[in-house]
Design a protein around this ligand. Structure first.
Ligand code: ADP
Ligand code: MG
Length: 588
């Protein structure tokens, strides 16, 4: 179902102004379909999922229909609970903000009659109430419905579930014959069918399909992930599936920046999009993304609105979206044009309930998945690597190196050993053996080790990933334990163990920078590399040895970049401290 601008729906300037003030950019599908029909005066049965904007779909035409000259109740909106009545009244109030002389009043049990009498006497034209209290006030003669033009039953299914059927029928029988009747409901069970047949005349049935059905080619999976383990879970999923092109959605700008920094420092090619960027900056990012100049776009919903990208392999919901509609928007960007795509959603803690209700209302076809263990990541990595070797052999995409091979064979090495040694070199110094190589760089993300052919792998030393933190720095006696449900963490910590040589001053081509944060601030090498790479957007390889002390850290960086690094880090917050970096020689 398409969406249109509110300006295309035949509304008055006052409503358009209010809608704009409320920040609505365009009408939702149910609004697009229903508003013009209601304005024609026809009865309507509107069916769409929760969060699809049904309130404005009936409140806008209701307001438009009010004759402000007449101080009598013209619109009656029935809701199942007082909370909903209040909510609908609030939204109606906002929508009627610029309509002079339109008044609305919520009516529900538990509130003093006095107040409600007064509001009614003052001439409210729109009454929003629960069936019980509405009947009550009708019987007391306080609520007169002889001028009524429009009756709305909001959440009809719930009202029937709550046993309001008799009250509703009673009310419908007491209102003028010539009135328009609207039913809104997420579902239309038998009992509602009956009400519709009995009380409405030739209604327009407008049903907005649950969106998941529009995107059947998207494989949807959710993962329960502890908040602190999200980044690790994300990188494992990317590595296992060998994704190269996708969008990662976060709920806030800060999250976007943070994740961008982290992924960048782990060797993924990322860029970001959020509301703080200028239009020119956004255009530049999108242009690069279209050209596949980087792999993952990290974005907020607002920024990613209306993006036109077609061939995404995956959409990650790093944070759960607010409602089913946002969810569907997000995942609609993958699996387009007949391709199959994937939508992976992270859920932590309480969000599980939110997801469940989204699944129920929007009938999402989503299954639960398991974050791959490190062994699985390893295996997938091996498979990718194997495939690469095989296809290179197949296509004969290599120059012969017979001479060197002959030399090695001459020295008595077996061909299988020679190949193993080469693979070992290609895959980088990882695995348990790495711990014995003092000069080995800390292992990077699985991806870094996995794909020697990709450009990112050309970068040298990478920070220790989060899961390696507890053992990352010598002398960091007790780093904070990383509690997490992601499997295999402990095992990795051992695998990733490595030792740095004792510091003897900066190597050639490197300069040492002093940072005023240290163990006291729970700083890890990964934090340092992440910060530098993230803030300067230089490759992480500009960072060399890192030496963390109690209150300060000495970090070697490429001499050619040291000025930029010091400049960019100055004044930046890190673990609650304002950084004041300096060349180490200046402070010694
Ligand atoms: P429903 O009744 O279908 O469950 P609501 O009417 O409660 O949905 O709307 C859900 C949310 O969406 C509300 O916060 C509402 O203000 C917002 N909303 C409604 N219409 C629009 C729109 N056209 N654009 C943006 N937000 C909207
Ligand atoms: Mg509603």
């Amino acid at each position: 179902m398409e969406k249109r601008l509110f300006t295309e729906l035949g509304l008055t300037p006052e409503i358009l102004k209010a809608v704009d003030k409320m920040g609505f950019e365009e009408a939702s599908p149910i609004q697009t379909a229903v508003i013009p029909t209601i304005l024609t005066g026809r009865d309507v049965v509107g069916q769409s999922s929760t969060g699809s904007g049904k309130t404005a779909a009936f409140a806008i035409p209701a307001i438009e229909k009010v004759d402000t000259q007449q101080r009598a109740v013209q619109v009656l909106i029935l809701c199942p609970t007082r909370e909903l009545a209040v909510q609908v009244a609030e939204e109606t109030g906002k929508l009627a903000f610029f309509k002079r002389g339109v008044r609305e009043v919520p009516i529900y049990g538990g509130q003093s009659y006095e107040r409600q009498y007064r509001a009614l006497e003052a001439g409210a034209q729109i009454v929003i109430g629960t069936p019980g209290r509405v009947m009550d006030l009708m019987e007391r003669g306080a609520l007169k419905l002889n001028a009524l033009k429009l009756v709305v039953l909001d959440e009809t299914d719930r009202m029937l579930d709550m046993g309001f059927r008799d009250d509703i029928e009673h009310i419908l029988k007491s209102v003028p014959e010539k009135r328009q009747l609207l039913f809104f409901s997420a579902t239309i069970p038998r009992a509602i069918q009956d009400l519709i047949t009995r009380y409405s005349r030739d209604p327009a049935w407008i049903k907005i399909e649950a969106v998941a059905k529009n995107a059947p080619q998207v494989e949807q999976v959710w993962f329960e992930v502890d908040r602190r383990s999200k980044i690790e879970a994300l990188t494992r999923l990317i590595d296992v599936h060998d994704f190269r092109y996708g969008i990662i959605f976060c709920s806030t700008k800060i999250m976007v920046d943070d994740l961008d920094e982290h992924l960048h420092s782990r060797g993924y090619q990322t860029d970001r999009l959020h509301g703080d960027l200028s239009q020119t900056q956004r255009d530049r990012v999108m242009d690069k993304f279209h050209r596949h100049a980087f792999e993952f776009l990290i974005a907020t919903d607002v920024a990613a609105r209306g993006l036109d990208v077609n061939d995404l392999e995956v959409v990650f919901n790093f944070d759960l979206p607010n409602d089913a509609e946002d969810y569907t928007h997000r995942i609609g960007r993958t699996g387009r044009a007949g391709r199959s795509g994937r939508a992976f959603t992270f859920v932590s803690g309480q969000e599980l309930y939110k997801l469940q209700s989204m699944v129920r209302w929007a009938k999402l076809d989503i299954r639960r998945g398991k974050i791959p263990s490190l062994d699985e990541v390893d295996e997938a990595r091996t498979n990718v690597f194997f495939e690469k070797i095989r296809s290179t052999l197949e296509a004969k995409e290599f120059k012969p190196h017979d001479q060197m091979i002959d030399r090695l064979l001459d020295q008595g090495y077996a061909s299988t050993d020679i190949c193993s040694a080469l693979i070992h070199l290609l895959q980088g110094a990882v695995a348990p053996a790495a711990g014995k190589t003092p000069s080995a760089p800390p292992p990077a993300s699985a991806r870094e080790r996995a794909a020697p052919a990709r450009p990112a792998a050309a970068r040298a030393a990478k920070p220790a990933p989060d899961w390696a933190r507890p053992v990352a720095a010598p002398g960091a006696e007790k780093a904070a334990p990383v509690a997490s449900p992601v499997p295999g963490e402990a095992e990795v910590a051992t695998k990733a163990k490595y030792e740095r040589p004792a510091r003897t001053g900066a190597e050639k081509g490197m300069a040492t920078v002093f940072l005023n944060v240290g163990r006291k601030h729970l700083i890890t090498p990964a934090d340092v590399v992440g910060k530098i790479a993230g803030v300067t957007r230089l490759p992480a390889s500009v960072v060399g040895a890192i030496d963390i002390h109690q209150r300060h850290t000495l970090v070697d960086v490429a001499e050619s970049e040291v000025a930029v690094i010091v400049k960019k880090l100055t004044g930046i917050m890190m673990k609650g401290e304002t950084l004041a970096p300096a060349l180490a020689s200046e402070t010694a």
